[in-house]
Design a binder for this molecule. Structure first.
Ligand code: ADP
Ligand code: MG
Ligand code: MG
Length: 253
């Protein structure tokens, strides 16, 4: 049983200009094992900033508040330590890593996180099965990480990592964006398998409610102007689908 606790989180982006830009203005959120939280909000409201701050991206500075995982101070940890502690981020725009094959990348990541190299025979089988569950052609194992992948292929590979790395808490930043209906179903099934097998906690950041038909959230949070402005259950996603974000963005300014 794990708990990720975010308290009064304030974050700035260092853009290289003299003044950093303040993006998050006091985010409070608690995610426990087995729970699925959806954060929904308009473009530019700071959703990705929240995910980067949790993952420890160096461009994002926490100026106030705290993030803990099972009571441990996440903000004190480096990026690698956060991953080893059990945090996983599927980025909205996954990075390309030319010259590093998917299979090498996955094995290196799994070794770092598990603390020892997975036994080769067992590992090969595990990767094969996971790829087949996600309808990923086996040729991808030898391709460079994300290089030349379509948007949908990148997202499938994020979910492949999720299934193999088995984090305690997974943050999925717009993993549903740009997917056609078939890919959305495959990706959603991957998330649901992770929930069932690992009893993981999921933070699903999304712009649209359609993924929530496949991955059922226990809690829905509306994000506007750098914080959560309302929380509820699945019905809140239905309201957003129907009425849009206007009611919340007006209230947030
Ligand atoms: P969301 O994921 O909700 O669309 P983001 O967290 O990506 O929002 O962005 C929040 C705000 O921060 C936006 O106004 C965006 O333009 C701004 N922002 C993000 N990254 C940078 C950057 N590198 N330089 C300047 N502004 C940025
Ligand atoms: Mg955006
Ligand atoms: Mg974003």
């Amino acid at each position: 049983m794990s708990t990720l606790e975010i308290r009064d989180l304030h974050v700035e982006i260092n853009t290289g200009e003299a003044e950093p830009i303040k993006i998050l203005n006091g985010v409070n959120l608690t995610i426990k094992s087995g729970e699925t939280h959806a954060i929904m909000g308009p473009n530019g409201s700071g959703k990705s900033t929240l995910s980067y701050a949790i993952a420890g991206h160096p461009k994002y500075t926490v100026t106030q508040g705290s993030i803990t995982l099972d009571g441990q101070d996440v903000l004190e940890m480096g990026v690698d330590e956060r991953a080893r502690a059990g945090l996983f981020l599927a980025m909205q725009y996954p990075v390309e890593v030319p010259g590093v094959s998917m299979s090498n990348f996955l094995r290196t990541a799994a070794t770092a996180i598990r603390g020892e190299a997975p036994k080769l025979r067992h590992w090969v089988k595990e990767v094969k099965e996971s790829m087949s569950e996600l309808d990923i052609d086996k040729a991808f194992a030898e391709r460079s990480v994300n290089e030349g992948f379509s948007g949908g292929e990148k997202k499938r590979h994020e979910i492949l990592q999720l299934g193999l790395l088995k984090p305690k808490i997974a943050i999925l930043d717009e993993t549903d964006s740009g997917l056609d209906v078939d890919a959305l179903r495959v990706v959603s099934e991957g998330v649901n398998r992770y929930k069932e097998r690992e009893n993981g906690g999921v933070l699903l950041i999304t712009h649209y409610s359609r993924i929530l038909r496949y991955v059922k959230p226990d809690f829905v949070h509306v994000f506007a102007a750098g914080k959560i402005v309302e929380s509820g259950g699945g019905e809140l996603a239905d309201e957003l689908e129907r009425d849009g974000y206007e009611r919340f963005t007006r209230a947030a300014v």
